[in-house]
Design a protein around this ligand. Structure first.
Ligand SMILES: C[S@@+](CC[C@H](N)C(=O)[O-])C[C@H]1O[C@@H](n2cnc3c(N)ncnc32)[C@H](O)[C@@H]1O
Length: 538
């Protein structure tokens, strides 16, 4: 076996023995890539009919929900683990998808004959493969990428992976001489136990203990492949950008836009960092040091793509906007004139001083997970203010103020932008509907891919309910079916199903809708006596 072939063969065995817990990654979705490219003035290929390649796709759990959501697009995933590809193929067959192929193949085998792709994804691969395969990943991102295409590559970075690397090295040292992914994971965990107990109460000890606590919670597949693989080579961001440049690719942005730059740093500190940064790459490299960043999800485009980095607030106005921020019920009940404590998607609370922005965020929370176009959002927020007899800024001033604040929210990760609308609804319809794929996944395990391309963990009752949402049952019928299946308590002997059971199912449906698990279908009327007669499709 040649030196180059050996690591690849080992990787294959390890992933065949202990498959990777592959999940949908929202940052890799072509709509996310297209949105960011558009934000920076590019004209990326349309998402509905795009061609997507994923390198190291494992069992396709990231690619399959994309294929289900975009029937007019085509997807190719390749992976060296025969078992993972076979697992994925079974899921594709069960879901009846004809627009996706999973191929058992080596990244090294991809060439010009495989054609061009509008979007290329390599998530969790670059740092975990030998140097020649790493170079090949970037070569594919260049040679197989359509002229206006966007590539996504994630990788471990320094300095954050410095601490992780210390733990990795101690775990692999402790597992030396052993083989088998499961055995090595067991050995690794034993070492984490020892170190967790021994770490002193110093700043260094606290940093290491935090990482140990994180690793204690991850599944064996993650620990084994992310930390104990033969290959795990973090890079500095500038090294990655230079390697991409050698392949005639340029840095576009991070797929999680809010992780770019450094919000919250004092202006003098930012100015000092800029003064020693010759360009964006140098500045971003410094931000990694300040944040102690351990991981990046970088978007690349061809070197001559005309990126326009002037992010004016006008760029927001051509997108629709949505949020996963929330308002606790007591805060939501407050009038728009009063300051409310919003909760950001990351769980931190924040207030908004400006009534127009406050009203806009309330509208977005109410409508989530659907998105609202900028013009409509401005209109609805202004109407909320008028209804509360609050002064509304003039049209141009209001639009400009709202666009500016939304751009800040986007940079802070409070709102997201969309240029493509998933088939998702915030409404619980008369006969609620979930996608065939979500229903299949609910039957298999607790992790289900939402229409937002997020992985959602469900409890047994929610799984049972989701599995029944084929659009044929109304809410009382769902309550009956769940009770029969033992997912809800049986009525007392001789009793009938109570209103409380139906209300519980309705509440669960509202929760599934918020999580992006309900697809558009028949809509329940807000005027039941008239509209109940004519359900309509949106
Ligand atoms: C850490 S896993 C990541 C899987 C998936 N992309 C995810 O993030 O959930 C790395 C994947 O790359 C695959 N892989 C490693 N080397 C490869 C190669 N040379 N060619 C194709 N696939 C490879 C492995 O089999 C494994 O499924």
């Amino acid at each position: 076996m040649s030196a180059q072939a050996r690591p690849a063969a080992l990787t294959l065995a390890a992933y065949d023995e202990l498959p990777y817990d592959c999940l949908p990654i929202p940052q890799t979705h072509p709509s996310r890539l297209a949105t960011i490219a558009r934000l920076f003035g590019l004209a990326p290929p349309g998402v509905d009919s795009c061609r997507v390649l994923e390198l190291g796709c494992a069992n396709g759990n990231n690619l399959i929900p994309m294929a289900a959501a975009l029937p007019g697009a085509r997807f190719l995933g390749i992976d060296l683990s025969r078992r993972q590809i076979a697992d994925g193929q079974r899921n594709i067959d069960a879901a009846g998808l004809a627009n996706i192929e999973l191929r058992h193949a080596d990244i090294a085998s991809i060439g010009a004959r495989d054609g061009q792709f509008d979007y290329i994804i390599a998530h969790g691969v670059y740092s975990w493969v030998p140097a020649d395969v790493r170079d090949k990943v970037l070569a594919i991102c260049s040679e197989n990428l359509a002229p206006n295409g966007v590539a996504y590559v994630s990788y471990n970075t320094y300095p954050g992976w410095g601490v992780n690397g210390v733990l990795r090295e101690m775990m692999t040292y402790h597992a030396r001489g052993t083989s088998g992914a499961r055995t090595r994971a067991r050995k690794g965990r034993a070492m984490l136990d020892v170190l967790g107990q021994a770490m002193p109460n110093t700043p260094y000890g606290a940093v290491v203990r935090e990482e140990i606590a994180f690793l204690n919670d991850v599944p064996d597949g993650y620990l084994s492949h992310d930390h104990l693989e033969g290959c795990n080579d973090p890079v500095y961001f500038h090294q990655f950008a230079e390697a991409a440049g050698r392949c005639k690719l340029q840095y576009l942005a991070e797929a999680e836009f809010s992780t770019m730059g450094l919000g919250g740093l004092p202006p003098q500190a930012l100015a000092a960092m800029r003064s020693v940064s010759s360009d964006l790459i140098a500045f971003e490299q410094l931000t990694d040091i300040v944040r102690c960043r351990a991981h990046r999800q970088t978007l690349l485009v061809h070197q001559h793509a005309p990126i326009d980095r002037r992010l004016g607030s006008a760029s927001i106005q051509s997108h629709s906007i949505w949020t996963q921020a929330t308002l606790p019920p007591v805060e939501a009940a407050k009038p728009v004139t009063t300051n409310s404590a919003f909760i950001g998607p990351n769980g931190s609370a924040f207030n908004l001083g400006n009534p127009l922005t406050r009203a806009a965020l309330k509208v977005l929370i109410e409508r989530s997970p659907e998105a609202v176009g900028f013009d409509q959002l401005h209109l609805e927020a202004s109407n909320l203010l008028r209804a509360a007899t609050v002064a509304v800024p003039g049209l141009d001033a209001g639009r400009s103020l709202l666009a500016g604040e939304l751009l800040q929210f986007y940079a802070a990760g409070i709102v997201q932008l969309r240029t493509w609308e998933p088939q998702v609804t915030a409404n619980v319809s008369e006969r609620p509907l979930a996608t065939k794929l979500a229903r299949l996944q609910a039957g298999r395990g607790s992790e289900v891919a939402s229409q937002l391309h997020q992985s959602v963990a469900l409890n047994p009752a929610e799984r049972s309910l989701l599995g029944l949402l084929d659009g044929t049952r109304d809410v009382p019928a769902l309550a009956d079916a769940m009770t029969r299946a033992g997912a809800l308590p049986q009525p007392a002997a001789g009793g009938t199903r109570g209103t409380a059971t139906v209300e519980r199912v309705r509440a669960m449906l509202r929760q599934l809708a918020k999580l992006g698990l309900l697809a558009k279908g028949l809509v329940i009327s807000l005027v039941p006596d008239v509209m109940d007669l004519v359900p309509f499709v949106v």
